[in-house]
Design a protein around this ligand. Structure first.
Ligand code: 5AD
Length: 470
């Protein structure tokens, strides 16, 4: 323990809190207080009435009370921790909890989730470095800023040396694990490259602190089981592959049919688990056309798949993608009885206001999803994803306060970052790895959490499963 504190002191400059204030000053009071209720914009807690209210309604006191009692009733009807391994909710209960209309209902849910998080993880937060080592992708997901047919992206590959340097840096600064993420490429040459990188990273990062090298997490898409197996045997031990939505029809609507299949994706997740990986997945929240029922079913699916890690965030539009250019407009058109689309000025403030409103709705929904995930999958690692921060400058802090226990500072060299922008307004694009380190450390400490260094920090859910197997 002492060792890790000593490391912490060495690794993280003491200016962290003042750095946080710089971050805070960076954003206007309106950003933090969209309703203009005049509260202290620097109070970032979800307990604070300052919490963004845009997507919740202002109802009478009695009505608010009635709704809040409904939420409390559902939550109190569950057995108490720690005698249970995650709560079981019905589809109906989940739909109700995802449909909260007021801040008080959300508060009841968030507080319950926060205490479940504290029970399992105390105030610990796990860090993983993420190296986005290539944006070349065979897939053409209709929402993604680096999709194959995206015209504006300049394609890049980090060199092997750059990746290994990033890994060395990760090990030196105590993150414990490196996530290697890229677009999906199934060709042999690229698979061999990943194998080569795993070998090199393991070799270069073995030390007294990491007898087996740093932990390697892969997120390089759908591959054949034998490829997954080869990487696992070389030492990668976690894999992230998001399902994006478990509504099969919606899945096929947002992915082109020529090289996407829902069943293949589920099959990949199953084979990863059979091989022995710690498996992570997740969904996007607020995809145009997605319903609350879809999200409730996503949550039930997490449990059914027995996931070890969950990462999810709000859908955010990405310029020049079909989802941004078509689906969102279709949706708005239907809601507003616009008959001839070509007559409409899409830069008009009505549409941008609508987009803004939708964005905050998605944000609130995302926090509810994260809270419910913690209650259902209490010992999984849950990531505070960057997409939350793209909407609320303190989005990641809020996820951590409520239910998340993992953050992933980016370690990709700055020169590549502008070409790995999956959605508009992605944070951290103008920063380098040192800045991300100081900033995230400050964010974590600002909410009373403690970063845990120099360990792999495997998900307790996976470790418990291992013990039961024996
Ligand atoms: N909005 C939010 N998340 C996105 N991702 C890709 N594009 C977007 C977007 N427009 C997420 C997907 C993917 C992960 C790498 O990034 O969930 O799996």
């Amino acid at each position: 323990m002492l060792r890790s504190f000593q490391k912490l002191d060495r690794n993280f400059p003491k200016f962290s809190v003042s750095k946080l204030f710089q971050i805070k000053r960076h954003h206007s009071a309106e950003d933090l207080d969209p309703d203009g209720c005049g509260l202290d914009p620097f109070d970032v807690s979800f307990n604070s009435p300052n919490f963004p209210m845009s997507s919740t309604e202002m109802l009478s006191k009695d009505e608010t009370q009635r709704l809040t009692s409904e939420v409390e009733h559902i939550l109190q009807s569950k057995p108490t921790y720690p005698s249970v391994k995650g709560w079981k909710f019905t589809e109906k209960e989940l739909t109700r909890l995802l449909s909260n209309r007021t801040h008080s209902e959300d508060l009841a849910l968030f507080k319950t989730a926060a205490s479940a998080t504290e029970r399992e993880f105390g105030n610990e937060t796990y860090f993983r470095g993420i190296a986005e080592f290539s944006n070349k992708c065979e897939k053409d997901c209709k929402y993604c800023g680096i999709r194959r047919s995206q015209p504006i992206v300049q394609r890049f590959d980090m060199s092997d040396k750059e990746v290994v340097d990033a890994a060395r840096w990760v090990s030196e600064y105590g993150y414990g694990c490196l996530l290697l993420q890229s677009g999906e490429r199934k060709v042999k040459k690229e698979n061999e490259r990943v194998s080569r990188l795993i070998r090199a990273i393991k070799k270069e990062t073995k030390s007294e602190t990491y007898p087996k090298g740093i932990g390697i997490i892969l997120s390089v898409g759908e591959q054949k089981p034998e490829v997954y197996k080869e990487w696992f045997d070389l030492g990668a031990h976690r894999y992230l592959l998001r399902i994006e939505t478990t509504n099969r029809d919606l899945y096929h609507k947002i992915h082109p049919s020529f090289n996407h299949s829902f069943d293949t994706r589920v099959q990949c997740l199953k084979s990863l688990r059979d091989i022995g990986y710690q498996v992570g997945s997740g969904v996007m929240i607020g995809i145009p056309g997605q319903s609350i029922l879809d999200l409730a079913r996503d949550l039930l699916w997490y449990r059914e798949m027995d996931l070890d890690m969950i990462g999810m965030g709000p859908y955010i539009h990405s310029q020049h993608t079909p989802m941004c250019e078509e689906f969102e407009k279709d949706y708005w058109q239907a809601q507003n009885n616009v008959t001839n689309r070509d007559d409409w000025d899409w830069h008009d403030s009505d549409f941008s206001q609508y987009r803004d409103m939708e964005k905050w709705k998605r944000y609130r929904l995302a926090l509810r999803m994260i809270a419910l995930t913690r209650l259902m999958c209490f010992d999984c690692n849950i990531a505070a994803t960057t997409a939350l921060q793209a909407i609320d400058p303190f989005g990641r802090e809020r996820a951590l306060e409520i239910a998340a226990n993992v953050v992933m500072p980016i370690v990709t060299p700055k020169k590549y970052r502008k070409n790995y922008v999956l959605y508009d307004g992605k944070p951290c694009v103008e920063e380098d790895k040192e800045e991300c380190r100081g900033c995230l450390q400050a964010r974590v400490t600002s909410i009373g959490k403690r970063a845990v260094f120099n360990q792999w920090n495997d998900p307790p859910h996976f470790l418990r499963k291992q013990i039961h197997k024996k």
